[in-house]
Write a protein that binds this ligand. Structure first.
Ligand code: XBP
Ligand code: MG
Length: 269
């Protein structure tokens, strides 16, 4: 039976609920800077989130909603510059502490670190966005707690492709069976499962609660905090993990170990 040695976290939607009030607002600010009359409303952004990666998302928006747009240079170059502006806006917003970590995240990170469980990140977002978010957290130097930060364009294909989780595993030098992954979206679930990370916890976020998380070991509405337990929504190991969750009241390391054990006992038949 493999030991739980590392936890690999997604960022957007998982460590923090950044999409609606963070990324979306930063995209709109960049559009305004460029003199474009593009405005991504909350529902439109929800639709566009099926495309991972900001540059890819802008490209899809242009193709579907602005087919007659004539960029002043190559479309790829224009999108790259526009996206650069978006990243600057996003980082500034994070620096002001606009969006904090989700409830339970800091508690779980501290417990894992104290127990010697290694921490990693696998995300589609631009690396600078991750460091800006973590730099604004209440614990100084939080980014350094993560031994591996696999982010953005470093892989050929973004989620739902498995590449970014595979890269995180490679950098950790661990097999998937030694890890638990934490995600919030259907694209993230497909990516993690594709990399063999079957011990997969989903904490749904504001945009993802109605998505399909088939194959995830446990689906919750959050990590919860003592006195404020999360709601169990689904999962192949929901029964096994829910007993520990009921006893401990929120997602802690014992819940992750129960989930990891359940998945690997089932795999061993
Ligand atoms: C995050 C994303 C990213 C962000 C924007 O997905 O899809 O595209 O929305 O980041 P995940 P950039 O949570 O699955 O990693 O604009 O920096 O690409
Ligand atoms: Mg996410």
């Amino acid at each position: 039976m493999p030991e739980l040695e590392a936890i690999i976290f997604d960022v957007d939607g998982t460590l923090a609920d950044t999409e609606r009030d963070g990324h979306r607002v930063a995209f709109n600010a960049a559009f305004a800077d460029a003199g474009l009359d593009w405005e991504w409303s909350v529902p439109l952004y929800g639709e566009l989130l099926r495309v991972t990666g900001g540059k890819e998302r802008i490209q899809t928006y242009v193709a579907e909603h602005r087919p007659d747009f004539a960029p002043p240079q190559s479309l790829a170059g224009f999108i790259r510059e526009l996206h650069g502006r978006k990243t600057e806006h996003y980082k500034r917003m994070m620096q002001t502490g606009a969006i904090g970590l989700r409830p339970g995240v800091m508690r779980l990170l501290m417990e894992a670190r104290d127990a010697g469980v290694r921490l990693a990140i696998a995300t589609t977002t631009t690396p600078e966005n991750v460091t800006a978010l973590l730099a604004a957290a209440p614990v100084p130097g939080l980014a350094d707690w993560f031994e591996v930060i696999a982010a953005g364009d470093v892989v050929p294909a973004k989620k739902p492709a498995p590449d970014i989780f595979e890269l995180a595993l490679q950098r950790l030098d661990l097999p998937a069976a030694a890890c638990v992954a934490v995600e919030d979206s259907d694209n993230g679930v497909r990516s993690a499962l594709g990399a063999g990370l079957s011990a997969l916890l989903v904490t749904v976020s504001s945009y993802t609660e109605r998505q399909d998380f088939s194959g995830a070991a446990l689906v919750l509405d959050g990590l919860g905090e003592p006195g404020a337990p999360p709601r169990v929504l689904d999962g192949t190991c929901a029964g096994a993990a829910a007993a520990v969750l009921d006893a401990n009241g929120c997602v802690d390391l014992a819940v992750l170990r129960a989930l990891h054990g359940c998945v690997h006992r089932a795999a061993a038949g």
